[in-house]
Design a protein around this ligand. Structure first.
Ligand code: S6P
Ligand code: ZN
Length: 191
């Protein structure tokens, strides 16, 4: 039997930088076209096509049952209209795979949605260990004025199902009202 060699990666626990990352994925507004609720605000901002977030993947561990992968996500502060910058959001392709998020810096919301459209929100700050149970779609949102940074650890074979979120979005939006994050129903969401 040949065993996979153990290894260690350094993670900057404030900025979320992983110097030896195997991949850094940058997502710009154009990559999330159509996901924000206000098309006019999205179009106005598209000329600048701002960087919304980046994901630094620490490993390329094999996509097989029993393996883990881990990464950091840095979401930059900003809004499209009243809606805060967010990640695309996904169900896991293998829906029964859970995930753990650890807040490193900034202020965020972890927005979760069951397959039936039930919403749950977990506010996150430095030190918040937020658990994404099996089957819940998850999106993270920067509701503060600084970078929102978190660490994620997930089963390597979890995979990504972006399609249903791209079609219907989440059933709630997180918008700024009177300077604070507020959940409101997504008018475009249909079961
Ligand atoms: C992977 C995990 C995170 C996200 C990242 C970006 O299971 O949930 O690493 O991939 O936060 O979000 P998204 O929705 O664009 O993949
Ligand atoms: Zn995930």
């Amino acid at each position: 039997m040949t065993y996979m060699p153990p290894f260690t990666k350094l993670v900057d626990l404030q900025a979320g930088i992983i110097p030896d990352a195997v991949m850094v994925q940058r997502r710009y507004l154009a990559d999330l076209k159509g996901l924000f609720a206000d098309p006019a605000a999205e179009a106005a901002l598209m000329a600048d096509n701002p960087l919304l977030y980046e994901v630094q993947e620490a490993t390329e561990n094999p996509i097989e049952e029993g393996q883990l992968r881990y990464s950091t996500t840095i979401i930059y502060p900003g809004k499209v209209g009243d809606e805060y910058f967010f990640t695309k959001g996904h169900f896991h392709a293998k829906g029964d795979r859970a995930e753990l998020y650890l807040g490193l810096s900034g202020q965020g919301y972890l927005l979760l949605m069951s397959p039936e459209g039930e919403i749950n929100v977990q506010p996150m700050k430095t030190g918040s260990a937020a658990y994404v149970p099996p089957y819940w779609a998850h999106r993270t949102i920067n509701v503060g004025s600084e970078n929102f940074v978190f660490f994620a650890c997930y089963p390597a074979d979890a995979g990504y199902d972006y399609a249903s979120i791209a079609q219907k979005g989440f059933s709630s939006l997180v918008v700024e009202q009177n300077g604070h994050p507020q959940l409101i129903p997504n008018p475009k969401w249909a079961k």
